[in-house]
Write a protein that binds this ligand. Structure first.
Ligand SMILES: Nc1ncnc2c1ncn2[C@@H]1O[C@H](COP(=O)(O)OP(=O)(O)OP(=O)(O)O)[C@@H](O)[C@H]1O
Ligand SMILES: [Mg+2]
Length: 289
């Protein structure tokens, strides 16, 4: 099998990404068309809707950051994008294909194109770090063992966790689990990357490394990325467009400058980390209930 190691210009991070014939080529989706579209999507779990007739376009090759308070439905949005959850109304289009009611078989092909960093890491507890990160390569490529090992080692090294290769998830700290899960999400070089809280549990230096990694992947591979985060510095470092999700709707969407310039009280309180009187009241009622 022909293999070609390509320096992706990762600079200080020294990222070497493996390319081989067994891996599929880059996205054929036209850059002028959004890769992901929410068409009037509603989602509820037996109570009031978490998402309420929500429309969204995720531009191809750009980074979209989703902000919003806890429980606003950010993780639900990501899970809808890969068909882990189904909408009650409306539909989600991925590369022009409607996935809201797509069969699991067809969804498998869609998910091959997406790297997902779950909020809780979601590593396989009985597998070592090596086996966890190699898993997508085993599932979706014909790489031999040696090539898989090189690819896994390079990806772990990028995130500073190569020494953990033989550990089990139970033997990792929260931050280490996050980095290993991130390694697994990027190991296939997917055309679309969904990150759910990529820096939670990381110290500020490692958070900045993750921000630089997202920027570098964006520059070199041009994936379509969606980053859900409460980490405002990270949001501004990586975003081409941002949206603030609140009460099932998009409260504000646009380039980062719109957010920095906004004098809307809700946007300001979110960015500056100050609760509004209304929010304090809501939290007090939650505690009292
Ligand atoms: N599988 C599920 N079953 C029932 N309710 C769910 C399910 N998944 C999410 N929810 C509910 O949907 C709402 C939104 O959840 P979600 O996980 O998307 O929040 P979030 O915006 O990601 O919050 P956080 O910032 O805390 O991660 C919450 O009220 C949650 O309890
Ligand atoms: Mg979440």
């Amino acid at each position: 099998m022909r293999q070609e190691f390509t320096d992706l210009g990762a600079g200080d991070h020294g990222l070497w990404m493996i390319r081989c014939d067994a891996m599929e080529g880059p996205c054929e989706h036209p850059a002028t068309e959004p890769l992901i579209v929410f068409d009037s999507v509603s989602k509820a779990f037996g109570g009031p809707p978490v998402l309420d007739s929500l429309d969204l376009s995720v531009p191809t090759g750009k980074t979209t950051v989703i902000l919003g308070p806890s429980g606003a439905g950010k993780s639900v949005m990501l899970k809808l994008m890969i068909g882990l959850l189904r909408p009650e109304c409306g539909d989600i289009l991925f590369a022009g294909k409607r996935i809201g009611s797509m069969s699991e078989r067809d969804l498998f092909a869609v998910r091959r194109r997406i790297g997902f960093l779950f909020q809780q890491g979601a590593l396989f507890d009985s597998m070592t770090v090596l086996e966890n990160v190699a898993f997508p390569l085993r599932e979706h490529t014909a790489m031999d063992t040696a090539a898989r090992l090189t690819c896994v080692r390079d990806t772990l090294a990028l995130l500073g966790v190569e020494t953990l290769i033989d550990r089990l998830p139970a033997e990792l700290s929260g931050g280490q689990r996050k980095r290993v899960a991130l390694a697994r999400a990027i190991v296939l070089r997917p055309e679309c990357l969904l990150y759910d809280e990529p820096t939670t549990g990381l110290d500020p230096i490692r958070s900045d490394v993750v921000a630089k990694l997202i920027q570098m992947l964006q520059r070199e591979l041009r994936p379509t990325s969606v980053v859900v985060t409460h980490d405002i510095p990270l949001a501004f470092k990586v975003a081409d467009q941002m949206l603030l999700l609140r009460q099932g709707q998009i409260h504000l969407a646009g380039p980062p400058e719109i957010f920095t310039k906004s004098d809307d009280a809700i946007v300001r309180s979110f960015l500056d980390g100050h609760a509004t009187a209304e929010e304090l009241c809501a939290i007090e009622s939650e505690v009292a209930a």
